[in-house]
Structures are given as structure tokens and as C-alpha cells.
Design a protein around this ligand. Structure first.
Ligand SMILES: [Zn+2]
Length: 129
């Protein structure tokens, strides 16, 4: 006869945070009486219970394919670059061409001023906004 586990019981379990087996307190049970969640007595982290004996079977499988692809082509939004003039109004994300600094990207538009990135350099320019 197996010992019946109840909430609050102490069990040995592998702690993912401590990276070793620790005493854990049972904080959630399945309806069948199996342990569902435990709290590590050492680091106080709560996690799913992993049976030490069933470790090989329940090895967490790494899913590398699900990693989100970084969206990189953000700077060029496809909008045509406008030539810079202090009489014009610009908004964040606008592409501009400056007679002196070349192609730039409006990082922030404020009242009367815009912060523009020209390659690696940031410049603050006037605008009519
Ligand atoms: Zn722990």
C-alpha cells in the first residue's frame, strides 16, 4: 500500500531552479492523488512535480524550432524618404534625407524638434510640428 500523499507533505523532487533534488512541499494534487505542484523548501519556487524515478521518461524536450524569428527589416518601412526642411512636419518613423547628413530615420518627433538617426549618429533637427 502506497503512502497517500496529501497537501503539505514533504517529498523529494528535482528543483529546476536549484538544479538538484530538494525537499519540496506538496501544494497541488491531481484528482487521482498524484502530486501536481510542489514548492521547493530551499528556494521557495513552485513548479510541476517531477518524479525523480520517472525523470528519464519525462525529460523536458527542448523545442528549438519554436523560437520566434526576429523582425529585423524594421528601419526601412518602405515609405519613401522625404527631403528634410525645417518648414515641414515629421513624425516618428519617417525617413528623411538631409542635404548634409544624408539619409535619416526619425526616432522621435517632439514639439518643434525631431530626433533623427543618421547611420550611427543622432541629430536633433527643427521641424514645423
Ligand atoms: Zn529550489
Amino acid at each position: 500500500m502506497l503512502k497517500r500523499i496529501r497537501l503539505g507533505d514533504d517529498v523529494m523532487a528535482y528543483c529546476g531552479r536549484c538544479k538538484e533534488e530538494r525537499m519540496h512541499q506538496v501544494v497541488a494534487l491531481h484528482s487521482e492523488g498524484r502530486i501536481e505542484r510542489v514548492t521547493c523548501n530551499y528556494c521557495q519556487s513552485t513548479h510541476l512535480y517531477r518524479d525523480p524515478e520517472a525523470k528519464a521518461a519525462a525529460m523536458p524536450r527542448r523545442t528549438n524550432g519554436a523560437r520566434s524569428v526576429e523582425v529585423k527589416a524594421r528601419a526601412s518601412s518602405g515609405r519613401p524618404a522625404r527631403s528634410y526642411s525645417p518648414q515641414e512636419t515629421y513624425a516618428t518613423g519617417d525617413q528623411i534625407t538631409h542635404p548634409k547628413f544624408g539619409e535619416g530615420n526619425v526616432v522621435e518627433a517632439r514639439r518643434g524638434k525631431i530626433d533623427v538617426r543618421f547611420g550611427r549618429e543622432m541629430r536633433t533637427l527643427l521641424h514645423a510640428g
